[in-house]
Design a protein around this ligand. Structure first.
Ligand code: SF4
Length: 489
């Protein structure tokens, strides 16, 4: 598509060529300047040019007030793969600031429609990138690993989508290579970008590949195969970069046979009460762990990222896996991630996490020396208006997630497990445990000590009284004391 398709009244004799680095900030800066100079859209010829410098924040240009809906859509549409996007954005900006301030409410306006279509296409592309980027581990110097993925987006979305991967894979060093632009994260600082790469620069396979395939096979539910929906959600063009894609033809071919086997199994099993489940996710995981190298908690986290073993993954933003040193002497287990954790992709980072940090410090424990995780790895909530209200996980969700927690314990090998709240306590010790009755007590089980206490969110709900806080600290001190006595022995 060319510039002229948008404007019928282009006067080619009086065009002003505007060369910009093709990113939203650079366009914003030049567009503001053009507006101040009262240059109408039909006089501007936008020329995206990668050799131009990116715009930096400038205080010399006056801010312009536009509706938030325009800014949000314009920011997405600026990634659309067509050079006419810059002219479209300026046309809309001009109209918004020249007597049509309610323009965005005109759903039938051709420029508004085009903006919406561009923004939607970009948003779909970002969604696919989040779903289908697959990292492969590559050994680098000093025994470290870097995770590298290859992806071919339809639009220029790498910078736009990079924040998502920075949050989700904050603990890893990674690169996402694409033909247009590559994003890189070193585990801290800022994501940085480089020019596009060839597919040959990215690894095609790695040791985790079998884990993906094992896992995908285990969660594939032949009774729910809807080929059309599956093809729509996972278009074939992405298959070549997905380790699990090689299994799809075989799994679809055998689906009827597997459903028949499951149906006959169901007749003889009264315990099958929540639909067909993966045969033995724990066994699949154990095999995968045995195949992987020691210290591979990151590989587990990577596999859990695509877990579909219960329905909680659907409304949640992301899997929130555990965090901390491996091995660790103490492991803390909560219930499930909350709203803040779901967005950040890290456990205990919200108000409850802040309270926990203070209590740990008061008990003489250093958070950075503990491994912290949850019984269930996805946020379960009920939407109320724009708020997401916590909902406790059900038994089947706790059971579905149990293999992940068991795998973490296997890797972390803690001497003491602190169960924060009833969900963690009963998942580890059984339903006879009562938090109000048993808090602050140590239980010895299979060569490991367990301590039960309240969840920090419980203290927040009760207004965080100083007495309750001190009780919580006293519970944690029991674990600290036990650790000291284990060290002395
Ligand atoms: S809650 Fe656990 S079992 Fe359910 S989808 Fe998330 S990681 Fe998988």
């Amino acid at each position: 598509m060319t510039q002229r398709s948008l404007f019928d009244d282009t006067d080619t004799n009086a065009l002003t060529a505007v060369r910009i680095h093709p990113d939203f900030s650079s366009w914003q800066q030049r567009a503001r300047q053009l507006l101040m100079d009262e240059v109408p859209p039909q006089r501007v010829l936008w020329q995206p040019d990668n050799t131009q410098k990116r715009a930096t924040a400038s205080s010399s240009v006056t801010a312009i007030r536009v509706p938030k809906s325009f800014l949000t859509q314009a920011s997405a549409a600026s990634c659309y793969r067509s050079d006419d996007r810059w002219a479209l954005l300026y046309q809309l900006l001009w109209r918004l600031t020249h007597g049509e301030k309610h323009l965005m409410q005109l759903a039938g306006d051709r420029h508004v429609i085009q903006l919406r279509n561009y923004a939607k296409a970009v948003s779909r592309d970002v969604h696919k990138m989040k779903a289908f980027v697959r990292f492969r581990a590559v050994d680098i110097a000093d025994g470290d690993q870097r995770y590298i993925a290859w992806f071919e987006p339809d639009h220029y979305i790498v910078e736009y989508a990079a924040g998502f991967f920075q949050r989700r894979f904050a603990n890893m060093c990674w690169s996402i290579l694409t033909p247009d632009c590559c994003a890189h994260w070193e585990g801290s600082g800022e994501v940085w970008f480089s020019e596009g790469a060839d597919k040959a620069s990215a690894p095609a396979d790695d040791a985790v590949e079998d884990t993906w395939r094992c896992y995908y096979r285990s969660i594939f539910n032949p009774a729910r195969v809807k080929i059309q929906a599956m093809m729509a959600e996972m278009p074939q063009k992405y298959w070549k970069n997905l380790p699990e894609s090689r299994l799809i033809p075989e799994l679809i071919r055998d689906a009827d046979k597997r459903v028949a086997i499951m149906a006959s199994d169901a007749k003889s099993s009264e315990r099958l009460h929540c639909g067909p489940r993966p045969a033995a996710p724990a066994q699949v995981l154990n095999e995968a762990i045995q195949q992987s190298e020691s210290g591979s908690i990151q590989q587990l986290a990577l596999a859990a990222h695509n877990c579909r073993n219960c329905s909680l993954w659907q409304p949640a933003t992301q899997t929130v896996f555990g965090e901390g040193p491996v091995p660790a002497r103490i492991m803390l287990i909560g219930e499930q991630p909350g709203d803040n954790e779901d967005l950040a992709g890290k456990p205990f980072v919200g108000p409850a996490g802040e309270l926990l940090n203070r209590a740990l410090a008061a008990a003489g424990l250093r958070r950075q020396e503990l491994y912290i995780t949850n019984t269930v790895k996805h946020f379960k909530f009920r939407a109320k208006g724009r708020r997401r209200l916590h909902e406790p996980p059900q038994e089947e969700e706790i059971n579905a997630c149990a293999p992940w927690l068991a795998a973490e314990i296997e890797q972390v090998q803690p001497s003491i497990i602190i169960c924060l709240g009833v969900t963690a306590a009963q998942a580890q010790l059984g339903t006879y445990v009562r938090v109000t009755r048993d808090r602050g007590k140590l239980f010895a089980l299979q060569g490991r000590h367990y301590l039960v206490t309240v969840h920090p969110a419980y203290l927040l709900r009760r207004g965080e009284s100083p007495q309750e806080f001190q009780r919580f600290v006293a519970d944690l001190q029991v674990a600290a004391g036990q650790l000291n006595s284990l060290d002395i022995r």
